[in-house]
Design a binder for this molecule. Structure first.
Ligand SMILES: [Zn+2]
Ligand SMILES: [Zn+2]
Length: 357
């Protein structure tokens, strides 16, 4: 690569250039690119092509109201599409506070029909109507929610300017319930006092990236780019084969996020969330209150950590804290004894799904 040449992965290289610019009057001279190793460039390349995949915590408390927490709700973002999981009371206030655009939410996934996971939905639907939403909103929830949703819409949301599309999910099966070009969402059967499931967001694998410098070097026509992305080698006019690996850099591995809502500890749950980058698992109680956890079909933070450890996930997020604790340090401490890469959900926090393990 020649000095000053801008390679394929424009923006990040430009950022690198910016860090090494020297200003001579109005003339900018890019230096130092030659000293970057090819591994580092590949790393930058992957990073700059990686779309944001993150989860924002809107609420992480449990059923009883407290001054510290809102009830359960999260927003998952991938490629500028927003998906809400659970919608406890106050969710629309949290959307405002966190400056999340109402109109960007395309679907809501409800784990179960306890109020701390769905009481926020009627108010939010009504507000979406008042703010002039026109795009359809898809709601995924246990079948029993269907008639209730109909009544709510008829009673409170007459003349709504957008369509609400209800999808009944079978909480007893692990099944893909949503799919688009970039991801799938599948149900995770859980065990709670009523029917309940979690949701697993899996990014779809993407094609490898073209190395612009190699395409230029071999004078490969644009018409061949899609074939090369799909894995084809290039044969030069004099018959030499240029292997595909020289023409492309690998795509970043697909990322995944599992949300395990209210559940008692399930020993085999790790199989369904094996290797996910980030796992949220409810952790209502400390080990001291393990009996209470069993009684109410909830989990302790140690049990959440056992699932994370057995599934070899990247990191664990705790949440759904009981109102009986003044803070969550003990929950965190106990979980970290079993699975060190554990973090506390807190309202307003944003977690990168693919952050370092
Ligand atoms: Zn709950
Ligand atoms: Zn519940």
């Amino acid at each position: 690569m020649k000095m000053g040449q801008i390679p394929a992965c424009g923006d990040i290289y430009l950022r690198v250039c910016l860090q090494h610019r020297r200003f001579i009057g109005q003339t900018r001279v890019a230096v130092s690119l030659l000293f970057l190793s090819s591994e580092y460039l590949t790393h930058l390349h992957l990073k700059c092509r990686m779309e944001p995949f993150k989860v924002r915590i809107l609420g992480c408390g449990s059923a009883l109201p407290t001054l510290q927490h809102f009830p359960s709700s999260q927003v998952v973002e991938l490629r500028e599409k927003l998906f809400m999981i659970d919608c406890g009371e106050g969710t629309q206030i949290q959307l405002r506070r966190l400056r999340i655009h109402f109109s960007k939410i395309i679907a809501v996934f409800i784990s179960h029909l306890h109020g701390d996971h769905c009481f926020g939905l009627p108010g939010m639907l009504s507000t979406f109507g008042m703010t002039g939403r026109t795009a359809p909103l898809h709601i995924y929830a246990p079948a029993a929610f269907g008639p209730l949703l109909c009544q709510t819409l008829e009673f409170f949301c007459q003349g709504l300017g957008f369509e609400v599309v209800f999808h009944a999910v079978d909480t007893t099966r692990n099944k893909i319930v949503y799919e688009d070009r970039s991801l799938t969402v599948e149900t995770i059967p859980l065990q709670h006092r009523i029917e309940c499931c979690g949701y697993l967001f899996r990014e779809k694998p993407t094609l490898p990236h073209i190395r612009r410098d190699m395409i230029d070097f071999y004078h490969i026509p644009i018409s061949q780019i899609n074939n090369i992305k799909a894995g084809a080698d290039w044969i030069t006019p004099d018959g030499n084969v240029v292997p595909n690996e020289r023409l492309t850099t690998p795509a970043a591995p697909p990322r995944s996020y599992a949300y395990c809502s209210d559940t008692r500890y399930i020993k085999s749950l790790y199989k369904l969330v094996k290797g996910v980058d980030t796992l949220y698992h409810e952790s209502t109680y400390t080990s001291e209150d393990a009996k209470r956890a069993r009684l109410y079909w909830h989990s302790t933070s140690r049990q959440a950590a056992q699932v994370a450890r057995d599934a070899a996930v990247g990191k664990l997020l705790l949440g759904h804290y009981s109102a009986r604790y003044g803070n969550e340090e003990k929950l965190l401490e106990e979980a970290r004894e079993i699975f060190p890469n554990t973090y506390l959900s807190q309202e307003g926090k944003i977690f990168d799904i693919s952050a370092a393990r």
